[in-house]
Design a protein around this ligand. Structure first.
Ligand SMILES: [Zn+2]
Ligand SMILES: [Zn+2]
Length: 356
């Protein structure tokens, strides 16, 4: 086993800096020195639900970037020193219809998650990127293109690809009318990507205070979703609505904005919703969802971002301030993604985190 340092849950919403074990490299593994890891809503959720009595370890983090430090004997795609990125899946069966189609994120036997997943070979629980080192199968390490800032690129690996895949699958391009509901971690990347794809992009937000940001990100307009007159005025006017709102909510107001034969992609909140079929019938509208990405889609997204200079808007904090990042994310007080800088994990583990 290899030893590194990481942030492990010791109770609900409580992380501690501790030594962690990583597996010895298999022939197709690479060891990654983790430099940065984004903080995602999934991390908040996993931490709030963590029960130490269950006996499974929890180390969150699935948007990581870093540098290859060592390669297994059969690895040819990477050498030590290469910049890489790892997202929220680290393995899949490789044989089912979804894997064959390049959508390992939809693997029929469920992809191995970057943390709180079960390793397909040894059955151990995977430990995430809130750590100074990650060991990953080479096929699930993505080359980080030159020119992308390693800290600001980290959120592309979960938030970015989650909005990229539906934008691509729905054929968003020049002149497509796209609305993005919710301007947070997912939403701000959806706006940047849609704009770069050539879409005519509008932000839907509950309040007008993000108007300036929306326009700076490239949106043509911000519609306040609580303003009934404005919402009525944009009825049936978007080919694609990307709904990134993470709290449970009624999709009906957004469905009304979808143009004939258009699609609402409901991807911020992953739980039951109630849909009035008449809201789909009138206008032949479609309701869809998406999450994470396949290996090919992730690589394509990273290349697109490099070509268009797209990274997340981030606030970088030393990993010792993870509690601050989590508390502020919980109240949506971030524009637009926290990224933890893992360099401070090189200090000896002391079990204490700064609390402020
Ligand atoms: Zn995530
Ligand atoms: Zn599969």
């Amino acid at each position: 086993m290899r030893t590194t340092t990481g942030l492990r849950a010791i109770g609900p919403d409580t992380l501690r800096r501790v030594p962690l074990e990583r597996r010895d490299l298999r022939p197709h593994d690479v060891a990654v020195r983790v430099d940065y890891c984004g903080v995602c809503h999934t991390d908040l959720q996993a931490l709030s639900q963590y029960d130490p009595r269950a006996g499974t370890p929890l180390v969150p983090g699935h948007e990581l970037t870093g540098v290859v430090s060592e390669t297994g004997s059969e690895v040819t795609a990477f050498t030590a020193g290469d910049r890489v990125a790892v997202g929220n899946i680290v393995d899949a069966c490789g044989a089912c219809a979804m894997c064959t189609a390049g959508q390992e994120n939809f693997c029929h036997s469920f992809p191995t998650l970057t943390y709180a997943g079960t390793d397909r070979q040894d059955g151990t629980t995977t430990l995430g990127g809130f750590s100074r080192e990650y060991v990953v199968r080479d096929a699930f390490a993505h080359r980080l293109p030159d020119g992308l800032d390693a800290a600001a690129a980290a959120p592309l690996l979960c938030a970015g690809v989650t909005v990229w895949e539906p934008l691509r699958a729905l054929g968003v391009g020049t002149g497509t009318r796209v609305a993005v509901a919710g301007l947070g971690g997912l939403g701000h990347l959806a706006v940047k990507l849609a704009v770069a794809l050539g879409a005519d992009t509008t932000v839907l937000s509950r309040t007008p205070d993000k108007r300036e940001d929306a326009l700076r990100l490239g949106a043509g307009d911000l519609v306040v979703s609580t303003d009934e007159a404005r919402m009525a005025a944009v009825r049936d006017s978007f080919d694609v609505v990307i709904d990134t709102v993470s709290a449970p909510h009624d999709p009906a107001p957004y469905l009304k904005l979808v143009a004939m034969d258009g699609t609402l992609s409901h991807l911020g909140h992953l739980g039951p919703v109630t849909v009035e079929v008449m809201d789909l019938l009138v206008g032949r509208k479609k309701l869809s969802s998406a999450g994470s990405g396949g290996r090919a889609g992730t690589a394509e997204m990273l290349d697109f971002c490099a070509a268009h200079g797209i990274v997340a808007d981030v606030e970088v904090l030393p990993s010792a301030q993870v509690d601050t990042a989590l508390a502020r994310l919980r109240r949506n007080d971030v524009r637009y993604r926290f990224v933890l800088d893992m360099a401070d994990l090189d200090r000896a583990p002391d079990g204490e985190l700064d609390r402020r």
